[in-house]
Design a protein around this ligand. Structure first.
Ligand code: SAM
Ligand code: DTB
Ligand code: SF4
Length: 364
């Protein structure tokens, strides 16, 4: 019997989020224990396979070409480099590699074929493979599934309302369409968002309404705290309080009981005590490795020390879902369709984004 609810309202979620903290923690921890082993945490390693130079204007992102940020740009990584990094991640206790590309959407062609080969290579190392490559079509999702992809990450990032204040080059509906395309394949869905971007509590609740109403709900939900990077429109935003992170994690756990809630970007700002509260509130996944995509993350040895201190165990690969089979490129029954989907480009003006763009011209 599936007791998961898909009809949570914003008001109900706000009531949960704003409960006295001890009650919220108790309720979230109770849900957590019913659905998961509270001492097991899944560990993912991020790998930026194509860095920077992105055409989008996401107000939080250091990889947008239009902002003046100090990141090292890189073209698509080789399959052998990816394999070496995946092996290192496996040795350090990760069960999953999440490959990120600074693309608006995937285009059929040699670069996508190279990504498919990376997926085959990592799946053959018996690790879960996740990709986050921007918008994808149903055929592209199916080709990734055929290569052995375990999860696809595509964040809603915030509420539909606040989305318009963060990004003008793509639309919230297109994010939902990509998630739907992933659902039509056998790949699990990873979708979450960022807090601390100047949004209201209503927007945090609104994002959780959008995620929890997906049926099935996403198998994993990353909760990121904004990493304010110099040069981006959000460079001056103060780090979000740990209490907000704890409340957001707890609310996510309550409305999506089966999902793996990932304590994602922003952990360098959090104490061990703060992170322990997040694990108690239902977080059961982290990104490990000294780098996220372009910004720092805690040292993996320190994370493992924290796990030992808290008595946490690393989740083994494929504990929640079976390992997909990999079909070799030569045996593939699917081919590139060369589609040119018309993803929306709203193009409205976001003052903060425009100001950061202009500033970059002055600095140059
Ligand atoms: N380009 C693809 C896309 O946008 O879907 C994939 C890569 S993108 C960097 C993946 C996610 O990283 C974003 O959706 C956002 O949630 C997160 N992210 C990017 N910059 C961030 C920041 N400064 N702080 C926190 N999260 C961030
Ligand atoms: C997610 O939700 N967070 C990760 C992953 N999915 C791709 C990315 C965080 C990026 C933080 C900023 C950076 O390092 O560039
Ligand atoms: Fe590009 Fe993704 Fe960054 Fe937006 S979040 S600028 S799409 S890399």
């Amino acid at each position: 019997m599936d007791y998961t609810r898909y009809d949570w309202t914003k008001e109900e979620i706000l009531n949960i989020y704003n409960k006295p903290l001890m009650e919220l923690l108790y309720e979230a921890a109770t849900v957590h224990r019913k659905h998961h082993d509270p001492n097991t945490v899944q560990v993912s390693t991020l790998l930026s396979i194509k860095t920077g130079g992105c055409s989008e204007d996401c107000g939080y992102c250091p990889q947008a070409a239009r902002y003046h940020t100090d990141i090292e740009k890189n073209d698509l990584m080789s399959v052998s480099h990816v394999k070496a990094q995946a092996l290192r991640a496996k040795e350090s206790g990760s069960s999953r590699v999440c490959m990120g590309a600074a693309w608006r959407n995937v285009k059929d062609g040699p670069e996508f074929d190279q990504v498919l080969e990376m997926v085959r290579t990592i799946n053959k190392l018996d690790m879960e493979v996740c990709c986050t490559l921007g918008m994808i079509t149903e055929n592209q999702a199916k080709r990734l599934a055929e290569a052995g992809l375990y999860a696809y990450n595509h964040n809603l990032d915030t509420s539909e309302d606040y989305y318009k204040d963060v990004i003008s080059t793509r639309a919230f509906e297109d994010r939902l369409e990509t998630i739907d395309n992933v659902r039509k394949s056998n790949v699990t869905v990873c979708s979450g968002g960022i807090i601390g971007m100047g949004e209201k509590l209503e927007d945090r609740a609104g994002m959780l309404v959008a995620l929890s109403s997906l049926n099935p709900q996403p198998e994993s939900v990353p909760i990121n705290a904004l990493v304010a990077v110099e040069g981006t429109p959000m460079e001056d935003i103060e780090p979000v309080a740990i209490w907000d992170m704890v409340r957001m994690v707890a609310s996510t756990r309550i409305v999506m009981p089966e999902t793996q809630v990932r304590l994602s970007a922003g952990r360098t700002q959090m104490s061990r005590e703060g992170q322990a509260l997040c694990f108690f509130a239902g977080a059961n996944s982290i990104f490990a490795g000294d780098k996220l995509l372009t910004t720092p993350n805690p040292d993996v040895n320190e994370d493992m020390e924290m796990f030992a201190l808290l008595g946490l165990n690393n989740q083994k690969p494929f504990e929640k879902h079976a390992q997909p089979e990999t079909v070799e490129a030569l045996d593939s029954v699917l081919q590139a369709l060369g589609e040119k989907p018309k993803w929306t480009r709203p193009g409205h003006t976001i003052e903060r984004n425009e100001a950061a763009k202009v500033k970059s011209k002055i600095v140059k």
